[in-house]
Design a protein around this ligand. Structure first.
Ligand SMILES: C[S@@+](CC[C@H](N)C(=O)[O-])C[C@H]1O[C@@H](n2cnc3c(N)ncnc32)[C@H](O)[C@@H]1O
Length: 294
């Protein structure tokens, strides 16, 4: 048997696992239990090999102190994030968006004489989620007079590159209702490229949800989608991120989580709204201590 093309793998000690796990947790909230030691060891082995490092402890020091540490952090995050996504994921929630949430927002905006709607897809992966929102909004006559901005952000540079390219294979379309692919995409070498009408509504940028000063720069949102992202965080990290969403939402704004996610035991500052097809969190229009009393 030849070892020419396979390098002997390097084992990760429990100390090394804890160093790297804590480093990742403090950087971006991703939480790896001790059961994940083997997974980390396996996923990061190719980085050790590439950087010609002899141990995971060396890799940890590289991440902390090497002059190329920022570049390596990008590689690390690309290897550790789960980026699964597709167009029109969780259709009952999207129905709630178009049939109930948007009409309510439009009514409020008309009262406020505000013609701008801002939607944030936090943890947008390769872009299917913000582009789905864009397709739904382009279809909506209620929004004809509105300026709509959809901001997609993610921590992984690799998936953001895909989002910017906007070219997708068939698996991204597995839940797409009939007609959308034909109307909003053009065929491109066996794949499908999202058209400019959709693309022009969406801005894609790099953002770590734990980078509080940069999150604050986003300004106020009417709706935040953060679906299937906080599932990978522990309680303390979930709380931090959800508190920052509360700050980013304008009063009355909505937070849409994934179907398996809830704010139970995390925070009670949001109101849970029961719509026809789904339940959605809303930042109250007025906080209890802001009451209009004398
Ligand atoms: C499973 S995907 C969800 C994609 C999309 N929201 C959906 O539901 O289809 C989770 C995304 O969250 C991103 N993510 C994880 N931790 C993050 C963090 N700290 N800051 C920003 N994005 C993060 C990952 O890179 C990944 O692309």
């Amino acid at each position: 048997m030849s070892f020419l093309f396979s390098s002997p793998s390097i084992a990760m000690s429990m100390d090394e696992f804890q160093l790297i796990r804590d480093f990742v947790y403090h950087y971006c909230g991703l939480n790896f239990s001790e059961d994940s030691k083997y997974l980390l060891e396996k996923r990061l082995a190719k980085r050790l090999q590439h950087l010609q490092l002899e141990s995971f402890r060396d890799y940890y020091y590289y991440l902390r102190y090497n002059k190329d540490k920022d570049q390596e952090l990008t590689e690390l995050i690309d290897l550790l994030t789960t980026n699964e996504t597709y167009f029109f994921r969780e259709d009952f929630q999207l129905k709630t968006l178009t049939e109930e949430i948007l009409p309510e927002i439009v009514r409020q905006k008309e009262k406020d004489k505000d013609r701008r709607i801002r939607i944030w897809s936090a943890g947008c992966s390769s872009g299917e989620e913000p582009y789905t929102i864009a397709m739904l909004l382009l279809d909506n006559p209620l929004l004809a007079d509105f300026q709509v901005d959809i901001i997609g952000t993610d921590i992984s540079q690799r998936v953001l590159q895909l989002a910017r390219k906007g070219v997708y294979g068939t698996s991204s379309f597995r839940a797409t209702p009939p007609g959308y692919q034909e109307r909003f995409f053009a065929a491109a070498d066996g794949k499908f490229r999202v058209n400019d009408r959709v693309r022009n509504l969406v801005t894609v940028s790099h953002l770590n949800l734990f980078d509080a000063p940069r999150v604050a720069l986003l300004g106020r949102m009417d709706i935040i989608f953060c679906r299937n992202v906080i599932i990978y965080f522990d309680m303390a990290a979930k709380k931090k991120v959800v508190d920052s969403f509360f700050q980013r939402l304008r009063p009355g704004g909505f937070l849409l989580l994934g179907h398996s996610e809830s704010l139970m035991n995390i925070t009670n500052v949001f109101t849970l709204r029961h719509f026809t097809h789904d339940m959605v969190y809303q930042r109250p229009h007025q906080l209890p201590f802001e009451g209009g009393g004398a």
